[in-house]
Design a protein around this ligand. Structure first.
Ligand code: ADE
Length: 253
């Protein structure tokens, strides 16, 4: 799958492409990443990419022309692409979106802005959607673009060694992940839950699902709100609620 990024800071992406799952996916040709710097499309001696905002106010705005030429060059190579601008004004990027993009395999063109933002006319002319990675303001769209790239690329077939590890992720089925343990079976007085060492695969699966439900209910009850529960999940959740009721009663005594 092809990814293009418009950025004034291409070297930031070395952090993503140098190692790890994404680095290996690119090395193996599962994903292809091309970076386009608007500064390469300037024509003045100062290689100007920003200017003062109309209407006044603090900060600078990324100029239309260098950005537009970088976008046109990327589109000329990529063919049709879904064009996304990273911005705190965008709609929320989440696992559903990551999955939809990974499954579509359509080339993705990401625009990472700097300064106060980019000339709105770029958005009007080229951008299909604006995405935010969370309710906070970063000093540029690069980190947000890398978050999107990582979340999408790891879902591509062949990116992860064990195909199951993406399916079992947090959010893969709308729940947070269960706790994980590895050897030794006891350390600093803390044992691994006995069920995980029982070899009883059915009991382990139930335990993990129940832990995922418990964590999601405690930490992210909003995720449970619109989610359809299986009969087994209802039972496991009822057990958690009954157990926490018992614990409260014991505390009161
Ligand atoms: N650029 C600056 N802050 C951002 C955010 N939270 N999400 C996406 N792009 C951004």
């Amino acid at each position: 799958m092809r990814f293009d990024v418009i950025t004034l800071m291409p070297s930031m992406f070395d952090a993503l492409t140098g190692e790890g799952v994404v680095g290996r996916a690119i090395g193996r040709g599962v994903a292809e990443l091309r970076l386009w710097n608007p500064r390469d499309y300037t024509t003045d001696v100062h290689r100007t990419v920003d200017d003062r905002p109309y209407g006044g106010g603090p900060g600078m705005v990324m100029k239309y022309r260098p950005l537009q030429q970088a976008v046109e060059s990327a589109l000329a190579q990529a063919g049709t692409a879904k064009v996304i601008c990273l911005s705190p004004q965008g709609t929320a990027f989440d696992q559903h979106r990551a999955r939809a993009i990974a499954e579509s395999r359509l080339p993705l063109l990401l625009i990472a802005g700097r300064y106060e933002g980019i000339d709105e006319r770029i958005i009007e002319r080229y951008v299909d959607e604006e995405w935010s990675i969370g309710d906070y303001v970063l000093s540029g769209g690069e980190l947000a673009a890398m978050v999107v790239l990582d979340a999408v690329i790891r879902l591509l077939p062949g990116a992860l060694g064990d195909a199951d590890s993406a399916r079992q992720d947090s959010f893969a089925d709308g729940l947070l992940d269960c706790p994980h343990y590895t050897r030794p079976d006891e350390i600093d007085g803390m044992p691994v839950p006995a069920v995980l060492r029982s070899g009883n695969h059915q009991a382990i699966r139930r335990w993990r699902l129940q832990q995922a439900l418990r964590r999601t209910g405690e930490r992210r009850p909003d995720l449970l709100q619109g989610r359809r529960m299986t009969a087994e999940e209802e039972t496991l959740l009822a057990e958690i609620i009954a157990a926490s009721g018992d614990a409260e009663q014991t505390q009161e005594q």
